[in-house]
Design a protein around this ligand. Structure first.
Ligand code: PEP
Ligand code: MN
Length: 348
């Protein structure tokens, strides 16, 4: 249920209303805007009499929220959520580029790629240490050592780091990690989501291979219900009948998720396509459709990559793509990242 309060409400009546709700085990999530204050009511609101609430002097309007996700719902929080990681702003009109290899393989590889993607304009470095592989005989990632090398690359490049967690028992390794990724295969690992809800670190939540929008938002809700509101959604392609590509990028997910939720929406064209040549056009399409940024696999030697070489861009190709995306962002009137100049629209 959402309650829109009157402007300048009587404070004593407001306090009574608050106590009345709390006595009914309903918690209040206020959003204070310039023109109006909204109270999102979370808990079992089915027994609340909507007419009684609407009749209160302090209440302008009251609506039942049909969707089962509350904290993630844009009705509860009309403004875009902006998640800050160091100097980077994710959401709220910026374009955030996260780039790096599928897996951290060795010190030279991760440090070199970090410097190359940084020079190309990436805002964060990605790299898998704990890898969810379809085959148990495939490279499983360097695990704790992989995160140590990622930290080193962070020091060398100055880029914040993003890496995937597969199980809550790995959390001790994640102290220096800036954004924790939950992969597609773990989107509905509810026990893991609950543990991540206790943190305040940003969580990059990837859409499951066959998850609906509502299921993705309910997984975000699991994290947010624990108090961690720093959730970034990520569309990474879904399973369809098409076998030419690894998955099918669901472009529709971008405007839909942004309408339903205030959370930032990133797109991973690499895992959607499975082929490096498709990554630039899909990346451009995602930004044109309103994505808040991209997660792109970049490798300095894709032929010899230990995972996902065929879908990895070389650093030079990423550099070209990043330049094009900056141009697009300027044309689309997207907000520059703090400290970055706005891209001048192309002349002519
Ligand atoms: C990844 O980002 O390396 C990854 C494994 O992604 P996904 O969970 O989308 O398959
Ligand atoms: Mn990968």
């Amino acid at each position: 249920m959402i309650v829109i309060l009157k402007k300048d409400p009587d404070q004593q009546q407001l306090q009574h209303f608050r106590q009345w709700l709390e006595a009914r085990n309903v918690s209040i999530h206020p959003t204070v805007g310039l023109n109006q204050t909204i109270w999102g009511l979370v808990g079992d609101t089915s027994h609340l009499d909507i007419n009684l609430i609407a009749a209160l002097d302090v209440v302008d309007d009251v609506k039942r929220v049909q969707e089962p996700y509350k904290n993630a719902n844009r009705k509860f929080h009309p403004a875009d959520t902006v998640i800050r990681v160091g100097d980077v702003e994710i959401g709220g009109g910026t374009v955030t580029l996260i780039a790096g290899p599928c897996s951290v393989e060795n010190e030279e590889q991760i440090c070199q790629v970090a410097l190359q993607v940084k020079a190309a304009g990436a805002h964060m470095l990605r790299g898998g240490a704990f890898k969810p592989r379809t085959s148990p005989y495939s490279f499983q990632g360097l695990r704790a050592e992989g995160i140590r090398l990622l930290s080193l690359a962070k020091q060398v490049s100055g880029l914040p780091i993003v890496t995937e967690i597969m199980d809550a028992s790995q959390l001790d390794c994640f102290d220096d990690v800036d954004v924790i990724q939950v992969g597609a295969r773990n989107m509905q690992n509810f026990e893991l989501l609950k543990v991540l809800g206790e943190l305040r670190k940003p969580i990059l939540l990837k859409r499951g291979l066959s998850a609906t929008y509502e299921e993705l938002l309910m997984s975000a809700e699991y994290i947010m219900a624990g108090g961690n509101e720093n959730v970034i959604l990520c569309e990474r392609g879904i399973r369809t009948y098409e076998t030419y590509t690894r998955n099918t990028l669901d472009i529709t997910a971008i405007p839909v998720l942004k309408q339903l939720s205030h959370l930032p929406v990133l797109v991973d064209p690499s895992h959607a396509a499975g082929r490096y040549k498709l990554v630039p056009p899909l990346a451009r399409a995602a930004i044109a459709a309103g994505a808040d940024g991209l997660l792109i696999e970049v490798h300095n030697d894709p032929e010899h990559a230990l995972s996902d070489g065929p879908q990895s861009l070389r650093p030079e190709a990423f550099d070209r793509l990043a330049g094009e995306l900056r141009g697009m962002a300027g044309l689309l009137g997207r907000k520059p990242q703090p400290g970055e100049a706005a891209e001048a629209p192309a002349a002519g």
